[in-house]
Design a protein around this ligand. Structure first.
Ligand SMILES: *Cc1c(COP(=O)(O)O)cnc(C)c1O
Length: 350
């Protein structure tokens, strides 16, 4: 397939002379560093971090089976979404991005901050991207198409064939947000990277790896795309402490697996309990670490839980998920607390 990121770059990005930081020029670590106006006295943090996060990428590359030069790290996926928009979308009504709704609202927010037009398409009744409709809505100025799989907040997964179809026919970038992929039984689109030069995959350490507080998002794409994004990102966007802690947590795969498997067991237990309650009109099986339920009493249930100091997320988005509440899978104790409260509520209204 003929695709080059160069054909869709904003002109100012295509001609950008990137900021060159002192640490780009010399990459050893055994020299006397008088190049970056750092304070020479060791506070633990007096040196600038590695702008390319090489150690961390080496580890992520091994875990994800993606080349180190096909990885960009961001201050959360949210930073990467912003970098993508700023790199390829000319603002003020020229280019556009396509999103599917209901969905993760950060794509829309980030586009709006950048004054980029958003074209939203409703998911199908079975919560899949409406591909038929897509070809009517997308045009030659559609630079980015965001696909979230497993989907937040519904928890459904998009088949890889649909992603391949979009990649093969679209002239822009297809951005597949796999924030919840580690909780799912579906294969990652990472295996398609060699086949589709316009495919961009987002993953994060925030969810399955338990590092939301660190802020580390990952982007996997062709070397050509990653090289552009590297030019646009802030030079020192990941702090040295973040790099260090992430690396040590990524090395503890056993603890990661244990936590993840417990969440998966609890997800199925929670699902079974929620399905028994008549207050919910719908309870959706999920490939993520959350479950979407729907109720005709969603406001009352939400308030009742908050009054009992349990906070869930209201996702009351008609028509597709009217009355929706998204519940994150907690620890067994947290889930017990939630289930007990909901059983009490359910009996009181029956
Ligand atoms: C949680 C989440 C992310 C992760 O965002 P970070 O900025 O990496 O914490 C990305 N996409 C979706 C759909 C999410 O739900």
């Amino acid at each position: 397939m003929k695709f080059s990121i160069k054909d869709i770059l904003r002109p100012n990005i295509a001609s950008l002379a990137p900021y060159s930081c002192a640490r780009d020029e010399y990459d050893g670590d055994d020299a006397t560093f008088l190049d970056a106006n750092e304070n020479p006295y060791d506070t633990g943090y007096n040196r600038y971090p590695d702008p390319m996060q090489r150690e961390l990428k080496k580890r992520i590359s091994a875990i994800k089976a993606v080349g180190e030069d096909m990885i960009l790290l961001g201050n959360g996926s949210d930073e990467i979404i912003d970098i993508l928009i700023r790199s390829v979308c000319r603002p003020s009504g020229v280019d556009n991005v396509v999103t599917f709704i209901p969905g993760y609202s950060m794509y829309d927010v980030s586009a709006h901050i950048n004054d980029v037009e958003v074209r939203s398409i409703s998911l199908t009744p079975s919560f899949m991207p409406d591909i038929e409709r897509y070809w009517q809505v997308a045009d030659g100025n559609t630079r980015l198409t965001f696909i979230c799989t497993p989907h937040n907040p519904i928890g459904t997964a998009v088949p890889l064939e649909d992603i391949e179809l979009l990649c093969s026919k679209s002239k822009g970038l297809i951005v597949v947000d796999e924030a919840y992929i580690d909780f799912s039984s579906i294969p990652s689109a990472v295996t398609l990277l060699d086949k589709y030069p316009n495919l961009v995959i987002l993953q994060t350490l925030s969810k399955s790896w338990g590092m939301a507080g660190l802020r580390l998002g990952m982007c996997f794409a062709s070397r050509e795309i990653i090289a552009v994004l590297n030019k646009v990102k802030a030079p020192y966007n990941i702090s040295s402490e973040t790099q260090k802690i992430a690396l040590s947590l990524l090395n503890d795969v056993k603890a990661y697996e244990e936590r993840k498997n417990e969440i998966l067991r609890e997800r199925e237990r929670l699902l079974a309990e929620l399905e028994k309650m008549s207050i919910f009109t719908h309870v959706y099986a999920s490939q993520g670490n959350f479950i979407l339920v729907r109720s005709n009493h969603c406001d009352e249930i939400y308030k009742y839980l908050v009054d009992n100091k349990v906070v869930v997320r209201k996702r009351d988005i008609p028509p597709l998920i009217g009355g929706g509440i998204r519940i994150t899978v907690g620890t067994p104790q947290e889930n017990d607390l939630l289930i007990d409260l909901l059983i009490k509520y359910n009996t009181s209204v029956e």
